[in-house]
Write a protein that binds this ligand. Structure first.
Ligand code: CTP
Length: 407
């Protein structure tokens, strides 16, 4: 799960369990940040959370003036989801009424995404009509409430009010994020596979692309709610279900035509196809018969589809690939600029576990501002998720925060 999760910890004894929640989320690949109320710091030290998450913990609204930053807005922009655990009765009352008197409550007010609240308190406090009324208000506003469990409570009694176990909280977060249609209403064109350039009616010039990377990208974009148009050359992989349209093409010229037809109404194009740079100038109308000792084919340059899109581009996000065998980052950076892309995915196709015909890849993403993200060996499905999530950030105008970002 590659998501930005912000956890708000309020002042209850169950705060210790949230250390385990943060640890599990971090291990699953999420970028986790913690904000605490001052009371929460009486139960768990911010340092504990800092060590677990690798990120600074936010407590105070007004920090060091020299490093002034609108902390609550930065934290709200960072988060894909906010979890409040444990949520005290006092916090629920404040949230229900829009009170913003510390960093945590102010951040909540500045956030318009998914919020999961996990209340934990003494049974009488939980069942008090005031608390129940506040929970009803929050539910009606679309806030997800994770009901407390029944069991022994820290106050010595037994009843409803225990914070659910860390694995239950993490499972609920996974469930909420999976439901998220972050690309709903966005049209994304994905190209996949390799183009075929005819020599005669029987033969062609082709390449080793399997189409797997493009299909994985299309699949994840569909799962994220996008209207996906997949335009595929020769591929060994079946297209995913749920596409808005699917076009099978052969040559670079056909691929260009389909992409251009769809481009104006698109929000993003991800060009993962291996497009032939050259085609046979005059393919033979009939099968070429074997006769002369040498046969020379004259090739002419194909149009560069992505470069054309880079020139036509208005608000569309453009993503390219650079499959290289040497000077990977330099060549990729050059393509990024020349084709006017938002980011480019570069890989060394000669490295073991990368390139054509395998289900894994080792890639780097290069951004316009020069930033480079280098990823370890991972499945093409995982890389597809990373690419699509970055597109989503750009489309929804959120800044991308690489892992380790501190506000
Ligand atoms: N591309 C394209 N049209 C072409 C060739 C490439 O749209 N005629 C796209 C590819 O889909 C990829 C990016 O451009 O996203 C880079 O492709 P690549 O083959 O690595 O680069 P080229 O620009 O063709 O340069 P070279 O082959 O010289 O490395």
């Amino acid at each position: 799960m590659e998501k930005n999760i912000l956890i708000g910890v309020t002042g209850g004894i169950a705060a210790y369990k949230v250390v385990e929640v943060a640890s599990r989320l971090k291990k699953s690949g999420a970028n986790v940040k913690i904000m605490m109320t001052r009371n929460a710091t009486e139960f768990v030290s911010p340092r504990t959370f800092q060590e677990i998450t690798g990120n600074a913990v936010s407590v105070e609204m007004f920090g060091d003036a020299a490093n002034f930053h609108v902390a609550h807005v930065a934290l709200a922009n960072f988060a894909d989801l906010i979890l409040i655990a444990p949520a005290t009765a006092n916090f629920l009352a404040k949230m229900a009424h829009g009170i913003a008197d510390d960093l945590l409550t102010t951040t909540i007010l500045a956030f318009d995404g998914k919020i999961l609240v996990a209340p934990a308190m003494n049974t009488k406090m939980y069942e008090n009509p005031a608390t129940q009324a506040n929970l009803s208000v929050l539910k009606a506003r679309g806030v997800k409430i994770l009901e407390p469990n029944t069991g022994n409570l820290a106050c010595g009694t037994s009843g409803k009010g225990r914070l659910p176990e860390p694995e239950e909280i993490c499972a609920e977060i996974e469930k909420i994020l999976a439901e998220e249609q972050i690309l709903a209403g966005k049209k994304i064109i994905v190209t996949a596979g390799g183009t075929l350039e005819a020599i005669d009616p029987v033969r062609y010039i082709g390449n080793r692309s399997s189409g797997r990377m493009g299909c994985e990208i299309a699949k994840f974009a569909v799962e994220s709610g996008a209207d996906v148009v997949l335009i595929s050359g020769k591929a060994e992989i079946e297209p995913p279900n749920g596409l808005k349209s699917f076009f099978k093409v052969e040559s670079a010229l056909e691929m260009r035509e389909k992409v251009l037809n769809e481009f104006e109404t698109a929000d993003c194009v991800i060009m993962s196809a291996a497009v032939a740079d050259y085609r046979v100038k005059s393919p033979a109308a009939q099968k070429i018969k074997k006769s002369a000792e040498n046969l020379t084919l004259e090739l002419v340059k194909n149009p560069d589809i992505l470069r054309e899109l880079g020139n036509l581009k208005k608000n569309q996000v453009l993503v390219g690939f650079a499959a290289e065998t040497q000077n990977i980052l330099d060549y990729a950076r050059k393509k990024l600029v020349e084709k006017n892309l938002d980011f480019i995915v570069a890989n060394d196709v000669t490295a073991e576990g990368a390139g054509f015909g395998v289900s894994t890849n080792i890639a780097s993403i290069i951004w316009r501002d020069g930033e480079i993200e280098t990823f370890p060996l991972m499945s093409k499905a995982e890389l597809a998720e990373k690419i699509v999530l970055r597109v989503e950030k750009l489309l929804n105008d959120k800044k991308f925060f690489p892992v380790g970002f501190n506000q």
